[in-house]
Design a protein around this ligand. Structure first.
Ligand code: FES
Ligand SMILES: [Fe+2]
Length: 348
């Protein structure tokens, strides 16, 4: 499906964010991930569990059942499954066949992020997780706050495309976090095996509207904005602002250094699980303020995604795109995702 080859949806062998850690509790959480129903919870010992969310008996959503200890009891005919996916109890018969089981997904919990591996469990290599330390997680002053977990009405690649072309900041977010320089500054890109990096170094750029009046200075600043895209769906962004080096008294002073994290996880074919959080050496009050001022900004990205999805669905065919220079990173990332899907197809 657009923008991938006919019949291709998403790579399965990769770590995607399934939830924020605090969302997993002693109750069932249902979420569609790569067009599969998934049900998640924590065991009494606190271990995060993700299982197939469809009861194999009559396909009732297991998320509409309940927990009995560490087991899920289906809400339709009461069949139970353990945290390993094995059926433990069928109320209407004595014998439980050993083959009566549901899929258990590999999970890796890192700080507030719960990653899931939808592909072959044998290939679930934790060395392939995003390098959170590279985004500041290892720094003693670094704090992270999860802000929003959203279900967006649009296919996931529209959100990846959005994050891989930050020139949109100047226009879609032109009244809040963006300035013209976000679009006019050339992008520097670097591609590694598992991560694509993008940076824009802006000189003498205006302070973004949302940050004006905060630093006792509203003149031109030096700014670096960028994003690291860890395949297949985790974007770690940075936005650093400092005083211009030639300022007579405050030259080079750091005014802000923010980290933003966007996780893009395919939901149904035309929906996305979108997780957003922020990090930095910030106080609770600063996090609270950022959570509020960024809410409408993220809503602008959600609106754009929703509108493009509506456009594609309504016209009913896959239109040709007229690419421009700023699409380079996005196009390279699409190619890599397609190559991951091709490889999986070949292996299967
Ligand atoms: S559908 Fe789940 S027990 Fe029958
Ligand atoms: Fe955006």
């Amino acid at each position: 499906m657009y923008p991938f080859k006919e019949g291709c949806f998403a790579p399965r062998n990769g770590w995607y964010v399934a939830a924020f850690s605090h969302e997993l509790r002693r109750e069932l959480l249902s979420r569609w991930i790569l067009n599969e129903p998934v049900v998640m919870y924590r065991t009494e010992a606190g271990e995060a569990v993700a299982l197939d969310g469809r009861c194999p008996h009559r396909h009732f959503p297991l998320g509409k059942g309940c927990l009995k200890g560490d087991e899920i009891q289906c809400g339709y005919h009461g069949i139970r499954f353990g945290a390993d996916g094995q059926c433990t109890h069928i109320p209407s018969q004595q014998k439980v066949p050993g083959s009566y089981r549901i899929k258990k997904y590999p999970i890796a919990e890192r700080g507030e992020w719960v990653f899931i591996w939808p592909g072959d469990p044998q290939d679930a290599d934790e060395a392939l997780l995003p390098d959170l330390d590279a985004s500041g997680y290892g720094d003693p002053s670094f704090r992270f706050k999860p802000f929003y977990a959203l279900e967006v009405e649009g296919r996931y690649q529209l959100l990846n495309d959005n994050l891989l072309d930050l020139t949109h900041l100047a226009y879609l977010h032109g009244t809040s976090i963006g300035v013209d320089d976000n679009a006019s500054t050339p992008e520097q890109r670097e591609e590694r095996e598992n991560v694509f990096k993008s940076r824009r170094y802006m000189k003498n750029a205006p302070i973004p509207p949302s940050q004006q009046g905060q630093y006792g200075y509203d003149g031109p600043v030096d700014r670096v904005a960028g994003m690291d895209f860890y395949f297949p769906g985790f974007h770690a962004g940075l936005d650093e602002i400092k005083m211009p080096d030639d300022h007579p008294t405050r030259g080079g002073e750091q005014l802000s250094a923010l980290r933003v994290f966007h996780a893009v996880t395919p939901g149904k074919r035309d929906t996305t699980n979108y997780f957003f959080g922020m990090g930095g050496a910030m106080s609770d009050e600063e996090f609270d303020g950022a959570r509020e001022y960024l809410r409408p900004v993220i809503e602008e990205d959600v609106m754009a995604t929703r509108e493009i999805e509506k456009m594609l669905t309504t016209i009913g065919y896959e239109p040709k795109e007229l690419m421009i220079a700023s699409d380079a990173g996005g196009v390279r990332a699409r190619r890599k995702l397609q190559a991951m899907m091709d490889r999986e197809e070949g292996e299967s």
